[in-house]
Design a protein around this ligand. Structure first.
Ligand code: NAD
Ligand code: TDX
Length: 349
């Protein structure tokens, strides 16, 4: 059976990916996660005792630790999800983004470079770096990001991801490291931290709080249900061509106002307010995000034609499943809201 090291596996996408892969029964997973505020052991409670799963608390920027894990587990692949991921936090305080997304990726690459150079049989090892369409910057009303679109990051977050992408590319070109990069659009689904738009709106609505929409609400994002991103990552690490980048995205572009209205409509149906009024009345237009990218639109024809992956989920069905998940998992939400999910990392619960 193959063994993969997954970094950042206690976050939103990483935890969904680990559950998805463990369920296939085809791979053993070692999850290396620093447990920042975004890392939540609750999100993997159901797989934590699985014989094919190991958790290691640690930093991708700790070269000695990563080297020791590589020597111990001799992985067939590494998937790097670990990152600081929230644009607003990067605007308030970019430091951690530079540290983890740039320096952390560099240390990880250096550890992998030494491991790989000493492997007798090199053909079976692959490193997949998970990146974002935000590195391409912002679009107007027309056009789409392709893999050849020039980099034009606009936030400290996207600039730090762009820097990491360049390092990964350089390690392939210079050292022939067997790398792959995916650039995905906005994910949504279960276990997303409620600082991101969709879970924030769901939980604020249920808590009778305002639903903040930045600027005029006409910024557009391309939305992909998280399990489809997981599926794409599995296909790329297994069958992608080394040194290549693959855009990954959904079929639906939505303005933020449309997204918030859609969430309100679903909640009105699935968990109506006691006064019978729509959750829409909680919407509040607030100050815009500085440097707010206007539109992301993704051309994913390369992964479709070369690897046969394409999104199947509609935004309507994916959003319904997501709202249902947050309604059904109030304890997970409550432990995030009151901070008790963080007690586990200190061994307190
Ligand atoms: P997240 O913030 O939910 O999770 C990040 C995880 O990484 C957390 O578990 C955190 O503890 C861990 N981590 C942070 N710094 C670390 C370090 N130095 N060492 C080890 N672990 C560390 O993020 P996410 O939304 O799951 O995103 C995962 C990856 O996918 C990121 O690289 C992000 O840039 C990328 N991405 C996200 C989206 C999206 O919509 N969420 C879209 C495209 C790409
Ligand atoms: O309260 C809010 N109100 C609002 O209008 C929040 C949190 C967001 N927004 C807007 C800003 C964006 O236009 O909604 C849109 C989505 O915002 P986020 O959920 O913060 O996502 P975004 O900035 O688009 O970035 C996300 O997708 C790409 C992830 O956080 C990144 O990690 C990923 O790379």
């Amino acid at each position: 059976m193959k063994l993969w090291i997954v970094t950042g596996g206690c976050g939103f996408i990483g935890s969904n990916f680990i559950r998805y892969m463990i369920q296939t029964g085809s791979v053993r997973i070692v999850n290396l996660d620093k447990l920042t505020y975004a890392g939540n052991l609750d999100s993997l409670a159901d797989v934590s005792k699985h014989p094919n799963y190991v958790f290691i608390k640690g930093d991708i920027g700790d070269r000695a630790l990563v080297t020791s894990l590589l020597k111990k587990y001799r992985p067939d692949g590494i998937i790097n999800f670990a990152a600081e991921s929230h644009v607003d936090r990067s605007i308030d305080r970019p430091d951690d983004f530079i540290h983890t997304n740039i320096l952390g990726t560099f240390e990880l690459l250096e550890a992998i470079r030494s491991y790989w150079s000493e492997l007798d049989i090199k053909d079976n090892f692959r490193f997949l770096h998970v990146s974002t369409d935000e590195v391409y910057g912002s679009l107007g009303n027309e056009g789409y990001f392709t893999e050849n679109t020039p980099y034009a990051p606009n936030s400290p977050y996207s600039a730090s991801k762009a820097a990491a992408d360049h390092l990964v590319r350089a390690y392939h070109k210079t050292y022939n490291l067997p790398t792959l990069t995916t650039k995905c659009s906005n994910n949504y689904g279960p276990f997303q931290f409620p600082e991101k738009l969709i879970p924030l709106i769901i939980l604020n609505a249920l808590d009778h709080k305002l639903l903040p929409i930045y600027g005029d609400g006409q910024n557009i994002r391309n939305w992909l249900y998280v399990l489809e991103h997981c599926e794409a990552i599995k296909i790329v690490i297994e069958r992608g061509q080394l040194g290549e980048t693959y855009n990954v995205g959904g079929k639906q572009e939505k303005s933020n106002l449309e997204v918030v209205n859609n969430v309100c409509e679903l909640l009105d149906e699935m968990s109506p307010r006691v006064d019978g009024r729509s959750y829409r009345q909680q919407i509040a237009f607030v100050k815009d995000r500085p440097g707010h990218d206007r539109r992301y639109g993704i051309d994913y024809s390369k992964i479709k034609t070369q690897l046969g992956w394409e999104s199947q989920e509609t935004f309507e069905s994916g959003l319904r499943k997501t709202v249902q998940w947050y309604l059904d998992n109030r304890e997970w939400c409550q432990r995030v809201i009151d901070g008790s999910y963080q007690r586990q990392r200190h061994g307190l619960t």
